[in-house]
Design a protein around this ligand. Structure first.
Ligand code: GDP
Length: 444
């Protein structure tokens, strides 16, 4: 992500990072390099000027030159400035209204509106536990309507299909009515794409806006388009009261110009970022994390967030506390974990995101497929509370009873107990200080 920019900036910062002393000369050189890198990444010129000016002021001041580690201090100043131009904190969606709350998606054709509509629906369903409905008003491209219908089916969102020949504005109204009848919390309205800012289509989206009164009007824009993204956002912003931007295709080798320019040029925050073609490839846009990605500081935070969003936090916290106190990991905890794994789409989906997970032996994840997990949960459910707490009491006759109760063979009960013992060992390791870190390192 933003690789060119990231490489260039980290190279020039690497040269000063470890320095115990900086002179105005080498600060000037570093600033020149950063300025070139930003321009090449297609960041809008006013943004570049403002950025460099701010860094310069702070760099030659007390903060950097008088710091004990001037090199590091300069890196921090650059990082802070990047966060500032991207908007400081993450701006969430405003969903505080009478349901169904409407979100309108607008943008140029091919920007990723339909994909982002489905991604956002999935995100709201998973992370905010909302019931979400979607509707497409793109009557010019029936394929776009079908694309959304398929995606909605995949993720389990409510989809509204209007009769053919219905006007876009009416489709949106009917979609809202349908969402209301279905008791949806949120309705996302996908609109027709346009190749460029065109008066007729703009009027159409304005009419839709007036009809359904969205709380959020998001401009969807392709990160590959650099500072043009900011320009088209500004043009749409004149026609529509935009509340935010969805930056798509940030996973490509985009230059970073869009991410760094949009906020400053339009005054609108980037709220989400698309990082792939699948419906789960959407991340809330956190300026600080994006800045640290650009500066090559890695992005463990986003991964952590993603996992948390899908894991039942309360249970995880309870387990964490228990482990810290050195209390045993019980079969009931194991069952909670299995159920959470199921919620996350199986362990395979999670492993995809961990660095170095590709090195695990093939099939390591498949023993946790959906059916197997359900069977394991059933076995644990057939145990008594005592057995769950103290598996050592499970003797032959108890095993037979458990197997009968859950409709499996005794050998399946044995297998589960063995997997539990392994999990328990792993938990003990993670419970120790720094255990989780060590485990992650082990995977790399
Ligand atoms: P629309 O015309 O604005 O509705 O655009 P679509 O949603 O049909 O997307 C156009 C193309 O961009 C499709 O091939 C999508 O798979 C792709 N796309 C959308 N968002 C992303 C993203 O975040 N990353 C990548 N790599 N591709 C994306």
């Amino acid at each position: 992500m933003f690789k060119g920019l990231s490489d260039r900036i980290s190279q020039s910062l690497d040269r000063v990072k470890g320095r115990g002393r900086l002179t105005e000369d080498n600060i000037r050189q570093t600033l020149r390099e950063i300025r070139m890198a930003l321009l090449e990444a297609d960041v809008a010129l006013p943004v570049v000027k403002d950025f460099i000016e701010h860094v310069r002021e702070r760099a030659v001041g007390q903060e950097v030159l008088k710091s004990l580690t001037p090199g590091q201090a300069l890196v921090k100043v650059v990082n802070d400035e990047m966060v500032r131009v991207m908007g400081e904190a993450h701006d969430g969606l405003n969903l505080h209204g009478k349901p169904p709350v409407v979100i309108l998606m607008a943008g140029l054709q091919g920007a990723g509106k339909t994909t982002s509509t489905a991604k956002l629906a999935r995100y709201l369903m998973e992370s905010e536990k909302k019931k979400v409905a979607v509707v497409s008003t793109d009557v010019r491209r029936p394929a776009a309507i079908e694309q959304l219908e398929t995606l909605a089916g995949d993720i389990g969102a409510v989809f509204y299909r209007a009769e053919s020949g219905t006007e876009p504005r009416r489709i949106a109204e009917q979609g809202l009515e349908h969402a209301r009848r279905q008791h949806a919390d949120v309705l996302i309205v996908d609109t027709a794409g346009r190749l460029h800012v065109d008066a007729d289509l703009m009027q159409e989206v304005r009419d839709i806006h007036a009809a359904v009164e969205p709380l959020e009007t998001l401009f969807v824009v392709d990160a590959m388009t650099g500072q043009d993204a900011a320009r088209s956002a500004a043009a749409f912003g004149e026609a529509l009261p935009l509340t935010g931007v969805v930056l798509t295709k940030a996973d490509g080798d985009a230059r970073g110009g869009a991410a760094l320019s949009v906020r400053q040029v339009t005054g609108k925050p980037i709220k989400f970022m698309g990082v792939g073609e699948k419906t789960d490839a959407l991340e809330p846009f956190h300026p600080d994390r994006v800045a640290s990605r650009i500066l090559g500081m890695g992005d463990v935070l986003s991964l952590v967030d993603e996992v948390q969003r899908k894991v039942d936090q309360e249970k995880a916290d309870k387990l964490g506390k228990k482990l810290k106190k050195g209390k045993g990991f019980s079969l009931a905890d194991f069952r909670d974990q299995l159920e959470q794994m199921q919620n996350m789409g199986g362990v395979g989906a999670l492993l995809d995101k961990l660095p170095g997970a590709g090195k695990l032996p093939p099939g390591a994840a498949s023993q946790f497929d959906d059916r197997a997990i359900r069977r394991q949960v059933a076995i644990i459910n057939s145990m008594t509370r005592e057995e769950r707490r103290k598996p050592a009491v499970i003797n032959g006759s108890r095993k037979r009873r458990i197997a009968r109760g859950s409709g499996v063979e005794v050998q399946d009960v044995n297998k589960l107990l063995k997997q539990f013992t392994q999990a328990q060992k792993m938990m003990r390791k993670m419970g120790k200080k720094g255990g989780m870190k060590k485990m992650m390192r082990g995977l790399q």
